[in-house]
Design a protein around this ligand. Structure first.
Ligand code: KIV
Length: 265
C-alpha cells in the first residue's frame, strides 16, 4: 500500500472532494485512523498538552516530535504523515532546514508544519527548494499563545483578516503545499480557500475549507478541561473509538461537520 501524496490531495481539491485529517501520537491510534479512512495524520505538537500534560505546546522538543512521528509511521501505511515543527526550531531558515531534515530523515515526515505568517516566506522557500514540503499554519497559532493573550479567535477585525489573507497568498507563493487555518471567521476561511490553489485544512474555520482537522483526543471526549467549541465529541454517539473516527470521516466528507455551532462568524 502506498502513502497518500500531496498530488492526491491537490486532485481532491480540484474535484471539490473534502478530506479528513486527525492528530495521532502513537502506532495504535495511527492504525485506527488509517482503518477509518483518514487521509492525513498530523503528529501535532499538541502532544505537549494532551500527552505530556503541559498547559501549552511550548515545552515540546524536536526529539519529542521525532520520537512520536516514528511511532505513528510504524502504525500506518496509507495516510500522509505531517509533523509539527516545535517552538523555536524554525526561528531562522538555517535552523528550520536542519530540524525539518531530522523530522523527515528520522521521523519519516512527508510534510512539516510551521506556525506563522509572512516572516516565514524565506524559510518556506528554502525548505521547498531543498525538497521539504511545508504546510503553513495561520490564524490561531498556538505557539503564539502568550502574544495573543490566550487561545482566541483570530482575523475578526478588518486589519487582522487582511493580514492573514495576504500571509496565505505569500506563503503559497513561497512554495507551501498546504495551509492549515485555525480558529478564524468562516467568511475569511472561505475567501482564502477560494483564492488558494493549494488545499486548505480548517480547524475551527468552518465547513468551507477543503479539509478538516481535529485533535483526536478532543473528538474522543478526553480533553483536559473544556473541549474547544469548534470540536465535537464523536464517541458519545458512536460508542467506540473506531466508530467515532469513522463517523468523523463521513461527517467531513459529506459536509456535515463542522456544523454552524462549531463555526466562528
Ligand atoms: O498541534 C496540533 O495538534 C495542531 C492542531 C491544533 C492543528 O497544530
Amino acid at each position: 500500500m502506498s502513502r497518500i501524496t500531496l498530488n492526491y490531495l491537490r486532485k481532491l481539491k480540484g474535484k471539490g472532494e473534502k478530506f479528513a485529517c486527525l492528530t495521532a501520537y502513537d502506532a495504535s491510534f495511527a492504525h485506527v485512523l488509517e482503518e477509518a479512512g483518514i487521509e492525513v495524520i498530523l503528529v501535532g505538537d499538541s502532544l505537549g498538552m494532551v500527552i505530556q500534560g503541559h498547559d501549552s505546546t511550548l515545552p515540546v522538543t524536536i526529539e519529542d516530535m521525532v520520537y512520536h512521528s516514528r511511532l505513528v509511521h510504524r502504525g500506518c501505511q496509507r495516510p500522509l504523515l505531517m509533523v509539527d515543527m516545535p517552538f523555536m526550531t524554525y526561528a531562522t531558515p538555517e535552523s528550520a532546514l536542519m530540524n525539518a531534515a531530522r523530522l523527515m530523515r528520522e521521523g519519516y515526515a512527508q510534510v512539516v508544519k510551521l506556525e506563522g505568517g509572512s516572516w516565514l516566506v524565506d524559510t518556506v522557500q528554502l525548505l521547498t527548494e531543498r525538497g521539504i514540503p511545508v504546510c503553513a499554519h495561520l490564524g490561531l497559532t498556538p505557539q503564539f499563545v502568550h502574544q495573543f493573550g490566550g487561545y482566541v479567535v483570530q482575523g475578526r477585525n478588518e486589519e487582522s483578516a487582511e493580514r492573514i489573507y495576504n500571509d496565505a497568498l505569500a506563503l503559497q507563493n513561497a512554495g507551501a503545499s498546504l495551509l492549515l487555518l485555525e480558529c478564524v471567521p468562516v467568511s475569511l476561511a472561505e475567501s482564502i480557500t477560494k483564492a488558494l490553489d493549494i488545499p486548505v485544512i480548517g480547524i475551527g474555520a468552518g465547513v468551507v475549507c477543503d479539509a478538516q482537522m481535529l485533535v483526536s483526543y478532543d473528538m474522543l471526549g478526553i480533553t483536559f478541561g473544556k473541549r474547544p467549541s469548534f470540536s465535537k465529541d464523536f464517541i458519545s454517539e458512536a460508542g467506540s473509538m473506531p466508530a467515532a473516527v469513522t463517523a468523523y470521516v463521513n461527517a467531513v466528507k459529506t459536509g456535515q461537520f463542522p456544523a454552524p455551532e462549531h463555526t466562528f462568524n
